[in-house]
Design a protein around this ligand. Structure first.
Ligand SMILES: [Zn+2]
Length: 282
């Protein structure tokens, strides 16, 4: 096996995320007939690294890639992948919008000033691409509205649009036989608002959608894959914070105190941040 590639289940491999330039997890779902790639990577280099690793592992029957959402770190590798690209129709619309953008430092800084680009993404794009900023945005070839099912030969995938605060085009991929659910970034807070935020109704709706799938492993794009118990702990925490935000509204102190009593310990830094996101979303 390549030195970076990891095996998640019998028929799923992945390249772990890399926070240095905000690279998300890239995955390969291997059916008997076809391999489906999940997310295209944040650059030509990232896509190439992943495909090289797959080749070293004798996985070569890949012909299609599905994008979990339009954000640069998931989509800028599409051109290099050179495969049939599948995405939600809103993902395509967003990519069409940013196709005309320039990616020079000046152009990026200008868009950050105008609130069109996130400062974090701008910094990460500069770091990933260096001065040789050869960015070609490629549009998806196949789009869907609600859901699309793909049979890879003994492995069935459901790709379902779920939206959410992070990006309203977000889709998840459920792999029936392997009981794996790829969530992309859909559970993370918004990126293109002044402050990162969660809206109670959006989170509840998203969680209902996620809970329809009976998975054993949950893959969020910017962290190691989670076992069912850990993921369920995360979900119940989000639900609890939804309820407590509804109850206490902007009263941060009461919210934190009751949350801390319910979980029987002080809040972690991540939990503190989640609480702020919910208050920002009110
Ligand atoms: Zn994202």
């Amino acid at each position: 096996m390549g030195k970076n590639l990891k095996q998640l289940t019998n028929r799923i491999y992945y390249l772990p995320s890399d926070p240095k330039t905000d690279r998300p997890i890239l995955s390969a779902i291997c059916g008997a007939d076809q391999t489906l790639i999940v997310d295209a990577g944040n650059s030509d280099k990232h896509a190439k690294l992943f495909l090289n690793e797959l080749n070293q592992c004798q996985i070569t029957n890949y012909h299609s890639v599905v994008l979990t959402h339009w954000h640069w770190d998931h989509s800028f590798g599409t051109n290099q992948m050179n495969m049939l690209a599948i995405a939600h129709e809103k993902t395509k619309m967003q990519l069409e919008k940013i196709m005309e953008y320039e990616w020079s430092d000046d152009a990026l800084d200008d868009r950050v000033e105008k609130g069109l680009e996130s400062r974090f993404c701008s910094e990460m794009i500069k770091k990933e691409f260096g001065i040789d900023r050869n960015i070609t945005i490629t549009l998806p070839n196949i789009t869907f509205k609600e859901q699309i099912d793909i049979d890879l030969g003994g492995v069935r995938c459901v790709i379902k649009h779920v939206g959410g605060d992070h990006s309203d085009d977000s889709s998840l991929i459920f792999v029936e036989e392997e009981k794996v659910l790829f969530l992309g970034d859909c559970l993370y807070p918004s990126l293109y608002t002044q402050q990162p935020q969660y809206k109670i109704d959006n989170v509840r709706h998203l969680l209902e959608n996620i809970e329809m799938f009976d998975a054993e492993i949950y893959v969020l794009s910017h962290e190691p894959p989670l076992a069912k118990d850990d993921f369920m702990g995360y979900i119940s925490l989000l639900k609890l914070i939804c309820d407590l935000t509804e109850k206490h509204q902007r009263n941060h102190m009461n919210l934190v105190n009751e949350l801390s009593t319910q979980i029987n310990r002080k809040l972690s830094q991540l939990e503190e941040e989640i609480v702020y996101c919910f208050i920002n979303g009110l």
